[in-house]
Design a protein around this ligand. Structure first.
Ligand code: SAM
Length: 284
């Protein structure tokens, strides 16, 4: 049974029939925490619904929470209300042979990027040098390091909690020789650690920030290489054209040759907002 159908079935015993249409079509699981985003219409039923869900999902899930804020924080951190269960908001998430320690009240993390992390890792060749400008607790960097021999991934994040957890995750996954956690603003760290002209590939997995750091990403590349660029789009636009329009002025000013080798929608975040990715090949 899908998560949405399960929620709906549980809700049928708790929520009046006319409100069933507001039951969400799914929920996210991070480690042993389920994040259920209930709309305003289900406010009065949230604790009963969460208790029913927890009884159904125990022991794999120990805590049911809901987001109480959009991630407006510059570090993309949400606030949560605990609806059922015990314990804190720190958990261990497992994904494709990797483990990630996260504290969802202090750092950004989503399990919904599993496919994207795997897709990027599948493009990386042995021996590559990679700069991950917005690494969070390290999931993109660690998935690559676990899968590909002899890579070096410089992993930058500005959030001290993400940096601390990234260091722990690098150890937990035994990739200390491949992933180098760095704390600070991506542009400043690239300057201060001399990361210019060193990378075969630059990852920019922060749709809200990437455009402002694109010129710095180009400086980080060797004579040629890939940038995995993330941005926000409207679901009804031609995604490739939209991304081309967004990046073209910056690349043209820098005078580099570039082409988008592939583009895709990563996930929907609101009715009129999706996150999208372009894989861009650059010759400087
Ligand atoms: C959308 S999250 C992605 C994190 C990670 N890539 C993941 O998939 O879990 C964006 C990350 O960028 C970090 N960030 C925001 N501004 C930054 C900056 N100027 N330099 C470096 N990191 C930054 C945030 O702290 C956050 O962890």
């Amino acid at each position: 049974m899908s998560r949405g159908s399960m929620l709906r079935k549980l809700a049928e015993g708790i929520v009046p029939a006319e409100f069933i249409k507001y039951v969400p079509k799914g929920f996210e699981v991070i480690g042993d925490i389920a994040i259920v985003n209930l709309p305003r219409e289900l406010e009065d039923y949230r604790f009963k619904l969460a208790e029913a869900l927890l009884s159904h999902l125990k022991p794999r899930i120990r805590l049911i929470v809901r987001r109480t804020s959009p991630a407006r924080d510059p570090n993309r951190v949400h606030s949560y209300e605990i609806l059922a269960g015990n314990g804190g908001l720190e958990t261990i998430h497992r994904e494709g042979g990797c483990v990630f320690k996260v504290d969802i009240s202090k750092v950004f993390f989503t399990s919904r990027l599993q496919y994207e992390r795997s897709r990027i890792a599948s493009m990386v060749k042995p021996g590559e040098v990679i700069v991950n400008m917005f690494a969070g607790v390290g999931p993109f960097s660690i998935v690559i390091a676990k899968r590909v021999p002899t890579v070096k991934v410089y992993s930058i994040d500005i959030n001290p909690d993400a940096y601390r957890l990234m260091i722990e995750n690098v150890k937990l996954n035994h990739v200390e020789d491949k992933v180098i956690p760095l704390l600070g603003d991506a542009a400043q760290v690239i300057e201060s650690h001399n990361l210019k002209h060193i990378a075969n590939r630059v990852l920019m997995p922060s749709p809200e920030h990437a455009i402002n750091y694109l010129a710095k990403a180009v400086e980080t590349l060797k004579a040629e290489g890939y940038i995995h660029y993330y941005d926000v789009a409207h679901p009804k636009t031609d995604i490739k054209k939209h991304l081309e329009n967004r990046v073209s002025r910056i690349f043209d000013e820098l005078g580099v040759e570039w082409s988008i080798t592939s583009s895709r929608i990563i996930r929907s975040v609101a009715p009129s907002k999706v996150y999208a990715c372009a894989d861009i090949f650059i010759v400087r």
